[in-house]
Write a new protein. Structure first.
Length: 326
């Protein structure tokens, strides 16, 4: 992958990939792997945060925890879509929200923490939302790509030795993915800042620093939680993103999902229950690349019966919500 930016360069791209590998790696560890100084990494990190939308946060892995995940399509009266999207973005159970279809559609991902939260959103709040015309709900059944898998890993930005040097040390027998009630203060901090220091986590939890380190290492190793990286894709020269809605034959569902997961353009792909049986998010340099993908690699997949592409007009929320100033 080559950077196409007047502001950011290949070192910024490698820093982003390093953070995808280990979002809590120290600047000194990243600097040693990238062959630059600690100060350079810190300066590039701050600039990416200020100008590239970079955020590093902890995410609960609903797939590993066996929790519901849904993708919702909301068709709205045009002048109400942004207000609806921003209201949904403020909810803690939405993990991304986008405006699409020329501003008449809101597309979002939601991870209800309980059946009650799910019913409150799907059966309560959304049906009563004024100027909302139609709701289409897609429940995730199987994740083919995304979650802990960072998109930049597909482009070999870092070599295998660099990735190994950044990878956290393994935790022997971390046990099943589980979040206990006493983990909530720890996660409350990390969901705001995935790079919060151990002294900060110690103060928030009242635990010793060694206990915090052990528990966080276990949460990460068990996949109950992962550290995710958010940034504006236009920062690295990919300003066009689209939601893809695919219908396949039942027999081809798994093979098409696996094939999608291997495509460079795909940042997330999942089998779903709902009006279509596969959803994906794809990222491109321009609309010509989107066309070439639809008519080429995607169009040639055996078993695909129908494809709808919905380009995003604006990303209201990725992992974090930054309001109208974005």
């Amino acid at each position: 992958m080559e950077m196409e930016s007047d502001v950011f360069d290949q070192l910024d791209l490698r820093l982003l990939h390093a953070l995808e590998v280990n979002g809590r790696a120290s600047f000194s560890r990243i600097a040693a792997v990238l062959g630059v100084s600690d100060q350079t990494v810190a300066r590039r990190y701050r600039r990416l945060c200020a100008e590239g939308g970079l955020r590093v946060v902890a995410v609960r892995d609903a797939d590993a925890l066996g929790q519901d995940q849904w993708t919702l399509r909301l068709r709205c009266v045009p002048d109400s879509a942004l207000a609806i999207a921003e209201a949904l973005a403020k909810r803690p159970d939405t993990n991304w929200v986008g405006l699409a279809s020329g501003g008449t559609e809101v597309i979002l991902g939601t991870r209800p923490r309980s059946p009650g939260d799910r019913d409150d959103l799907l059966l309560g709040k959304l049906p009563r939302t004024p100027r909302l015309l139609e709701i289409s709900a897609h429940q995730m059944l199987h994740r083919f790509y995304g979650g802990p898998s960072g998109w930049l890993e597909k482009f070999a930005v870092l070599d295998p030795d660099q990735i190994e040097a950044l990878t956290p040390d393994p935790v022997p027998d971390p046990g099943p993915a589980r979040i206990d009630p006493e983990d909530e203060p720890l996660l409350a901090v990390l969901e705001r800042d995935g790079r919060a220091t151990y002294p900060e986590l110690q103060r928030a939890t009242g635990r010793s620093e060694s206990a915090v380190k052990r528990r966080l290492a276990t949460l990460l190793a068990s996949r109950a939680v992962y550290i995710d990286v958010e940034y504006d894709s236009e920062t690295i020269g990919y300003p066009v993103a689209a939601a893809l809605w695919l219908t396949t034959t039942p027999a081809a569902l798994h093979s098409v999902g696996e094939a999608l997961a291997a495509h460079d353009q795909i940042a997330h792909a999942a089998a779903t229950a709902g009006p279509t049986n596969l959803t994906a998010t794809a990222v491109f340099r321009n609309t010509a690349d989107l066309y070439n993908y639809l008519s080429g690699p995607l169009g040639h997949l055996e078993g695909v019966q129908h494809v709808e592409a919905t380009p995003f007009l604006r990303r209201v929320k990725q992992l974090t919500y930054r309001g109208r100033a974005r």
